[in-house]
Write a protein that binds this ligand. Structure first.
Ligand code: UDP
Ligand code: MN
Length: 458
């Protein structure tokens, strides 16, 4: 009887899984075709003069989804600019069988099209998405060395392997100290001996560390960083493909100023087609719910001598793709190791960088593709961690503005968030500035969004 019940439950779960995958693909396609229709509407950039048109076309691309809730592309700038209007169309392959059980299984497990990923194999060329002005840039021959830290939990084998091989193929070996892979207690067999076996080809440059319990990406990155010996730490997700001359701009900026933290522009790799799309020039921002958003950078902001290669001052970073001087990372207090699993660590670090004497920039000449996975598993667990991590951030960094967060999330006012005394002490020890200073100096648009709201009430 027990067996029959278990069997029924298993069948039920399987059917439910397949049904949700089918629904997911169906709605995604609908969304894509609706969006395609919208995108074909005349674009306002043609009202711009010739020079601005050129610039707008140049920065055309697909807004990456990393850390951004799908459909939420609005940043803080009130006017429309090219970034929203000039994303290329998704191209779903008409001949691809989207009801293939292998495809559905892959989507549920990994959040991406595993059939295409397998067919692409260990490495592939990706389009050079840099502006042509980047090709003229020269970087010092002597640059600091980099340790690339890549954490993974249950990643699809080929996607992970392409991440590693793209770094190996597109990074000059004299600046590549090592690649540190941190397996955060993955459960899939192919990420164990098979992975080690295949990584043998990169022997000498790769360290693999396996955690003994699921640490979550925050502590997993700390473990990776603790094993690193390069001058600079570069964090990447395990579903990335780096582009040409991706590392040199990051290292050159840090060599000039050790308190400079830099991110590449994150290009989009579509999770269904694995096509690689250029990102438009955007900066990282967030709203009062502490939701990360990409924000428009207007063409006129890049009118200076460096044009579309101008570094973008960014209030926030999107997630796990950035470079930082290793000693500076330690001095600055690394990450909050009591944050769990996933989320908020990107905003916490961004605030800490700005408020405690550093700077955060996005460098358009450094490009890294990131698969916008659509993960449907363990959502409740992740949301719980995100809530907990957000609360830690709010109580350490937001000062009197924490009320703005709680106005929007009154339900979180009495939720426990652990002991934050070490982080409060860190803030004091580093002599960090106030959140008001951050609003005034780095991210005035966030405060303006409050005023706009208040005016709407009157
Ligand atoms: N990751 C991990 N442990 C976790 C959750 C995530 O090692 O508990 C890894 C994951 O495999 C990925 C990286 O951390 O390589 C960032 O996670 P994700 O891609 O989900 O974050 P996002 O793209 O949303 O920043
Ligand atoms: Mn990711």
């Amino acid at each position: 009887m027990r067996n029959v019940t278990v069997l029924c439950l298993l069948c039920g779960t399987l059917t439910l899984g397949i049904l949700s995958a089918l629904l997911y693909v169906h709605f995604h396609r609908d969304h894509v075709s609706n969006w395609q229709k919208k995108s074909q509407a005349p674009a306002s950039i043609w009202k711009l003069d010739k020079k601005l048109q050129q610039q707008a076309i140049h920065s055309a691309g697909q807004i990456p989804l990393s850390r951004q809730i799908p459909g939420q592309h609005e940043g803080h700038r009130p006017n429309k600019d090219q970034t929203k209007e000039w994303r290329p169309f998704f191209k779903l392959d008409e001949n691809f069988n989207y009801s293939d059980p292998e495809f559905l299984h892959g989507i549920l497990l990994y959040g991406l099209n595993t059939i295409i990923s397998k067919s692409l194999g260990n490495q592939r060329p990706v389009p050079d998405t840099r502006d042509k002005m980047c090709l003229k840039k020269r970087y010092p021959t002597r640059l600091p060395s980099a340790s690339i830290v890549i954490c993974f939990h249950n990643e699809e084998f080929n996607t992970l392997f392409r991440t590693v091989s793209s770094v190996m193929n597109l990074t000059p070996h004299q600046i590549l100290e090592e690649i540190i892979l941190v397996d955060d207690m993955s459960e899939f067999d192919d990420l164990k001996e098979k992975l080690d076996y295949h990584l043998e080809m990169f022997r000498g440059k790769i360290k693999v560390i396996r955690t003994t319990k699921r640490e979550g990406l925050i502590r997993a990155r700390l473990i990776g960083a603790a094993h690193a010996s390069g001058d600079v730490l570069v964090f990447l997700d395990s579903h990335c493909e780096v582009n040409r001359v991706w590392l040199e701009p990051l290292l050159a900026a840090i060599a000039k100023d050790r308190k400079m933290v830099v991110c590449p522009m994150v290009d989009s790799i579509d999770h269904l087609t694995l096509n690689y799309y250029p990102a438009p020039i955007v900066r990282g921002a967030f709203d009062w719910h502490l939701r990360f958003v990409w924000d428009t950078v207007f063409s006129y902001e890049m009118d200076g001598p460096e044009g579309p290669t101008t570094p973008i001052r960014s209030p926030a970073m999107s997630g796990g793709i950035f470079a930082i001087n290793r000693h500076y990372f330690n001095e600055l207090g690394q990450y909050d190791k009591d944050m769990n699993l996933w989320g908020a660590e990107n905003l916490e670090l961004s605030l800490r960088i700005w408020m405690c004497g550093g700077q955060l920039f996005i460098l358009p000449c450094s490009r890294v593709g990131h698969v916008d996975r659509h993960i449907v598993q363990n959502v409740t667990q992740v949301l719980r961690a995100l809530r907990y991590n957000n609360l830690r951030l709010v109580h350490v960094w937001l000062d009197e503005y924490k009320e703005q967060f709680f106005l929007r999330r009154p339900d979180l006012k009495s939720i426990p968030y652990g002991n934050i005394s070490e982080r409060v002490e860190l803030r004091r020890r580093l002599g960090c500035k106030s959140f008001q200073w951050y609003l005034d100096t780095v991210f005035p648009e966030l405060e303006t969004s409050l005023e706009m709201k208040a005016n709407n009430f009157h």
